[in-house]
Design a protein around this ligand. Structure first.
Ligand code: MG
Ligand code: MG
Length: 257
C-alpha cells in the first residue's frame, strides 16, 4: 500500500502544481516558429525563480537544464538547445519545481504554428488519454486501471503508448512510489488509497511504440522517428473522482492550445 499524503502536504503540492501550471502557460505564450527551445527554457526558469521556486530538473541526476524540451520525435528528456522551432513542429515542455520542500511536475505538448491533421490528432488523443487515466485514479483502484484506461484509448486511434517510461508518485521526492505505467491490466498494480498523489503522464507515439536513448544518455527518441506527444498532470486520488492539482487551464485560456 502506498502511503497517502496528509492534507497539509497536499496543500504544498498544490502550491507547486499551480506554479508549474502557470510556468507551462508562460512557455506557451512564446511557442512560435523562429523561437529556440533554449529561449523557452529561459522563460520557464525565470518564471519559476520569480515565483520563489527552484527548477527541480536542473542537476537532477546530472540533467543540464531547468526544463525538458522535446521536439517532434523526441518523446521526453530533450535538452533545450539552439534548435529553431519551425511551422508544423511540436514541442513538449516538461517542467518541475521544488518549493517549500515539495515538488511540482507537469508537461504539455504545444503545436508550433499550424500542424497537420495527424499531428493535431496525436496531441488531442494524448491529452484525452491523460484525462481517461485521471478518471480511473479513484480510491480503491489500482495503477493497472489507469494504465489500461490510457492504453485502450490511445490504441483505439492506432497510436501507441511508450512503455519504457511511466508516471509516478510525487512528494518531497520528484519520483516516489507507485510507478504509474501508461499500459496495463485492470485490477493489477499498486492499490491507490485516498490522498495518494501521483503524476499521470502518457507518452504517445504516432507510429510504433519503440524508442531508443540518444547518445547524450537522456533524450528518448521514437525508433521510427515519427512524432511523439507527452501530457502530464498531478492528481490526488480521492473517493469517486480524483482531484487535479495541476491544470492546463492557464495554457488553454490564452489560446495556445
Ligand atoms: Mg514531468
Ligand atoms: Mg513526471
Amino acid at each position: 500500500m502506498v502511503k497517502p499524503k496528509t492534507e497539509e502536504e497536499i496543500g504544498l503540492l498544490r502550491e507547486n502544481a499551480i506554479i508549474v501550471s502557470k510556468t507551462l502557460a508562460e512557455v506557451g505564450k512564446w511557442v512560435a516558429p523562429g523561437v529556440t527551445t533554449a529561449k523557452l527554457n529561459e522563460v520557464a526558469e525565470t518564471f519559476i525563480r520569480d515565483n520563489g521556486a527552484i527548477p527541480s530538473f536542473l542537476g537532477f541526476e546530472g540533467f543540464p537544464a531547468a526544463t525538458c524540451m522535446s521536439v517532434n520525435d523526441v518523446v521526453v528528456h530533450g535538452f533545450p538547445s539552439d534548435y529553431v522551432l519551425k511551422e508544423g513542429d511540436i514541442v513538449s515542455a516538461d517542467i518541475g519545481t521544488l518549493y517549500k520542500g515539495y515538488n511540482g511536475d507537469s508537461a504539455y505538448t504545444f503545436p508550433v504554428g499550424e500542424v497537420n491533421a495527424e499531428t493535431r490528432k496525436l496531441l488531442d488523443v494524448t491529452k484525452a488519454s491523460l484525462y481517461k487515466g485521471i478518471e480511473a485514479a479513484v480510491a480503491g483502484a489500482r495503477t493497472g486501471d489507469i494504465g489500461h484506461a490510457v492504453q485502450s484509448y490511445v490504441e483505439s486511434f492506432g497510436f501507441s503508448v511508450v512503455r519504457e517510461l511511466e508516471g509516478h508518485g510525487l512528494g518531497k521526492e520528484m519520483h516516489e512510489a507507485p510507478g504509474v505505467p501508461n499500459f496495463g491490466k485492470r485490477g493489477h498494480g499498486a492499490r491507490l488509497a485516498e490522498g495518494v498523489v501521483i503524476c499521470i503522464e502518457p507518452m504517445v507515439n504516432a507510429g510504433g511504440r519503440g524508442v531508443y536513448l540518444a547518445r547524450n544518455g537522456w533524450a528518448v527518441h521514437t525508433a521510427d522517428h515519427r512524432k511523439s506527444a507527452h501530457f502530464e498532470l498531478t492528481v490526488v486520488v480521492r473517493h469517486g473522482k480524483a482531484e487535479q492539482l495541476s491544470t492546463f487551464d492557464y495554457i488553454e485560456s490564452t489560446d495556445n492550445s
